[in-house]
Design a protein around this ligand. Sequence first.
Ligand code: NI
Length: 229
Amino acid sequence: MITRWRGFTTPKRLCEALNDIFRMNSLKKRVFIIKSSDLVGEMTAKTILKMGNPVLREIAELVSDPTAPEITELVQDMRDSLLAVGGVGLAAPQIGVSKRLVIFEVPADRAESEDGAEAEAVPPTVLINPVIEPLTEERKLGWEGCLSVPGLRGVVPRYTHIRYSGLDLAGNPIEVEAKGFHARVVQHECDHLDGILYPERMTNLQYLVYESEVPAFMEGLAAEKSAAE
Ligand code: NI
């Protein structure tokens, strides 16, 4: 996996990789669509904690009973919070509840823009007490953002193929193999349960940038690439 990462450190290869995976336009469209549906029903959107809040550093507690009313309510609050701001996933600690529970989904257009032919859309999922097992040593770089780190984007290496298991809201076991963006989202969300934010997973902080600077950043990489040729 280290070899893989180093393989991208030449500006040419990194630039190519980033151009392939950077699709902000489709993400923005999706956020707009989600916001129009906020008008339906009563929202219980909570404040999303930002990097620096001690709850985000904690090792979250196991959920003892996934069917407990407080867990149902927690999931509703998380769904509403995610709808209010837009995004593909949220972990309970991000709304101040230090429990091992995450929600996520991968819309078809997002999966396609990240993974191309290997696109894998995933419906809205609740995952309780998750455990992740990497099924490969290979890690791939990809852009990530986080609602707890607003305004920034970073290029993060993640395992390309994992198996994750846990429980759903009814307490039934879940076991899923995931690749590509699906695997990336699950690794990102589950890291929150161990007090880890994506910048800590980055191997090169030069690739931590403000979202508004991403176009300029990409241009800079392209310039480095042509200078190297
Ligand atoms: Ni996050």
